[in-house]
Design a protein around this ligand. Structure first.
Ligand SMILES: Cc1cc2nc3c(=O)[nH]c(=O)nc-3n(C[C@H](O)[C@H](O)[C@H](O)COP(=O)(O)OP(=O)(O)OC[C@H]3O[C@@H](n4cnc5c(N)ncnc54)[C@H](O)[C@@H]3O)c2cc1C
Length: 396
């Protein structure tokens, strides 16, 4: 199998060299030349308008997926309580299903959890697949993987979304491997390509310096995980849904592990994803004392305080309060960014906020590109002024 150039037809336009993802086309004396590292991927063949590049490689056929229908969400519950990301994903699933003209389904696994079906239906599920078994009470990788694989094989979904929680990060790769499909982890945006009608999965790549969009043409279901707080939960009151019970057979031998004890983390988990107002600080805040002032502002607005990775590394704020690619993702009504430059890794965690106010001395700071209101000033002047005004308004 190979790729070759019809030299007489080549006009030296370099389109093939630009299209080659492997740098396997070079230009020599105004003509393209294929190098040894060519993988016969065919990108140059498609790019060449002169038909000067020939190949004997058969293009990979896209299978017929017309029987693959429905947008599924893994409805993660712990101790019988749904965790917010499950409902957030149902919100996104409604949007995707609308574009595909397909239905939304939730997968509910556990023991005595069927009562949660109403909540899932209320939040947009048209179907709830309920798998109940004593061996599903506490999450165990093999048990959950087996049941989800069975459901996928039986009902052929088109898309499967999971929260990028501790459980989702463990479960999603296992399921994807078992059913032989790819998985895009930690997506920040999901939409449908209107031409190919496939899921476009966007996530930060190369250390967060670029946003990559990934599409899966060759296998189903299309699987993605999304971090908590990235998508918005949409209630669908009055929605009517179907509950479909899945018969589970699970032996201890198949599972291979036993839960001996559940040790809960002592440290308080700060869930900023549900905060309505966040006052966040970066290097510009200067020290831990500066964060005390931000805390006062947050308290007056009924909000939470947060920070950039720099602020965390400086020890000005605990790591649980970090926002961004390696911190939490949030979407409050109001995000006040104080002394934050707006690096892409930070923006990845806060750009879905409803309104953003940025306070920065540097008018060229990238944070102003995503801000609704920008204040070019020293935060040490602006924040105390805001506190004073709020106190006056609140009669304090
Ligand atoms: C793989 C990877 C993952 C990462 N993950 C994250 C993440 O999850 N979250 C995150 O935040 N970062 C993350 N980063 C780091 C990120 O690239 C940036 O370095 C970081 O966000 C910058 O933080 P900052 O805005 O506080 O600091 P800086 O970029 O130094 O910006 C400080 C800003 O404060 C302004 N300023 C200074 N003094 C004042 C003042 N008195 N008044 C007003 N403005 C002032 C300055 O003009 C400047 O714009 C990650 C990086 C990598 C490589």
């Amino acid at each position: 199998m190979s790729v070759w150039i019809e030299v007489d037809l080549c006009n030296g336009c370099k389109r093939c060299a630009k299209a080659c993802p492997y740098g396997a086309v070079e230009m020599k004396n105004g003509k393209a030349r294929i190098l040894e590292r060519c993988t016969s991927c065919g990108a140059c063949v498609e790019a060449c308008k002169e038909k000067a590049i020939q190949t004997d490689v058969e293009p990979k056929a896209i299978p017929d997926f017309s029987d693959r229908k429905g947008v599924w969400v893994f409805a993660e519950q712990r101790e019988g309580k749904l965790i917010p990301v499950s409902l957030e994903l149902l919100g996104k699933a409604q949007e995707l299903a609308g574009l595909l003209n397909q239905s939304v389904s939730a997968l509910l696994l556990g023991s005595k959890v069927a009562k949660l079906s109403d909540v899932l239906i209320n939040y947009g599920a048209d179907n709830v697949y309920v798998a109940e078994h004593a061996n599903l009470k506490d999450y165990r990788t093999n048990a959950y993987t087996k049941v989800i694989r069975e459901l996928i094989n039986e009902y052929n979904p088109n898309i499967l979304l999971m929260g990028a929680t501790h459980i989702g990060r463990d479960l999603a790769p296992r399921v994807s491997r078992r059913v032989g499909v790819g998985l895009t982890a930690d997506c920040t945006e999901l939409t449908i390509d209107p031409d190919e009608v496939i899921l476009l999965q966007t996530r930060p790549a190369f250390g967060g310096n670029v946003m990559a969009t990934i599409a899966n043409r060759f296998s189903r279901p299309q699987m993605a995980t999304v971090r908590p707080g990235v998508m918005e939960a949409l209630k669908k009151t009055g929605n009517r849904g179907k509950v479909i019970k899945h018969k589970v057979s699970l032996t201890q031998k198949e599972i291979g592990t036993k839960v001996l004890e559940i040790v809960k983390e002592k440290k308080k988990h700060i869930d900023l994803s549900q905060a309505k107002v966040i006052v966040a600080g970066g290097r510009g805040v200067g020290d831990a004392g500066g964060f005390k002032v931000l805390k006062k502002l947050a308290a007056l607005m009924g909000g939470e305080v947060a920070g950039t990775r720099v602020a965390v590394e400086e020890g000005w704020i605990p790591v649980e309060h970090q926002i961004g690619q390696t911190g939490q993702s949030v979407r409050p009504e109001l995000y006040i960014a104080c002394g934050i430059s707006g690096a892409i890794q930070h923006r990845a965690g806060m750009m879905n906020s409803r309104y953003i106010i940025a306070i920065n001395r540097d008018p060229r700071a990238p944070i102003f590109q995503v801000a609704d209101w920008g204040i070019v000033a020293d935060l040490h002047d602006v924040v105390p002024e805001m506190i004073g005004q709020l106190k006056k308004d609140q009669g304090k």
